[in-house]
Design a protein around this ligand. Structure first.
Ligand SMILES: CC(C)(COP(=O)(O)OP(=O)(O)OC[C@H]1O[C@@H](n2cnc3c(N)ncnc32)[C@H](O)[C@@H]1OP(=O)(O)O)[C@@H](O)C(=O)NCCC(=O)NCCS
Length: 175
């Protein structure tokens, strides 16, 4: 069990009743569950070392949602990138959303909102200028979710995905 900084119990109603979902930091032992969800719910797969490097470098914003039986039912992971500012010689930090997914039986319960809220709070502590992400232009559910967090589409990345689909590049200024 982690400290208050690492865990947060969020009371959601899952489909079978009133089971609490725990939002907490991912650990090495949880990676298998995260990878399983990624492979089931998203067409983009990553090698194990990629997850491990996010876990090692950005642990505070690599969060999972766990059901009452201890199963991972959702995750979110970010990385922080240093990039040159467009309007000055400064180097700025961007929080880049790497991936988010919730398994089908647990959707529309507010789990993604909880994962986003908590992880964005954590990533802000690294003094970032903006949050950025790519999303498939057909991914209505995710686009809706990001708009709720004040992300707006800044440009289109053509043929961004391996199957040729375009992505919206969405940005949200960190306040
Ligand atoms: C997108 C996804 C992560 C949302 O997870 P979720 O836990 O169901 O989302 P939440 O319950 O927190 O919903 C938050 C908001 O997202 C939007 N949203 C979520 N699912 C939606 C849907 N099917 N249709 C329209 N809007 C939707 C709504 O605005 C919703 O707010 P509301 O419930 O108050 O209307 C989930 O559908 C998923 O895992 N999809 C597959 C993986 C994926 O596409 N990841 C994003 C890659 S960029």
């Amino acid at each position: 069990m982690g400290t208050d900084k690492e865990t947060r119990t969020v009371n959601f109603n899952d489909n079978s009743g009133n089971n609490p979902i725990l939002i907490r930091r991912c650990t090495l032992e949880d990676l298998e569950g995260v990878i399983e969800i990624n492979e089931k719910e998203l067409p983009e797969d990553y090698p194990y070392f990629f997850y491990k490097s996010i876990l090692d470098n950005f642990n505070e914003s690599f969060l999972i949602a766990v059901d009452i039986n201890g199963n991972v039912v959702g995750y979110i992971m970010w990385r922080v990138e240093k990039v040159p500012a467009i309007d000055s010689l400064k180097i700025i930090n961007k929080g880049h959303l790497v991936s988010i997914a919730v398994i089908k039986g647990f959707r529309r319960l507010g789990i993604s909102k909880a994962l986003l809220t908590k992880s964005m709070e954590e990533i802000k502590k690294r003094v970032i200028d903006e949050f950025v992400l790519e999303v498939r232009v057909s991914n209505y559910a995710a686009i809706n979710l990001y708009k709720k967090y004040n992300f707006s589409s800044q440009s289109i990345k053509y043929k961004y995905y391996r199957d040729g689909e375009n992505a919206y590049f969405m940005v949200c200024k960190a306040k």
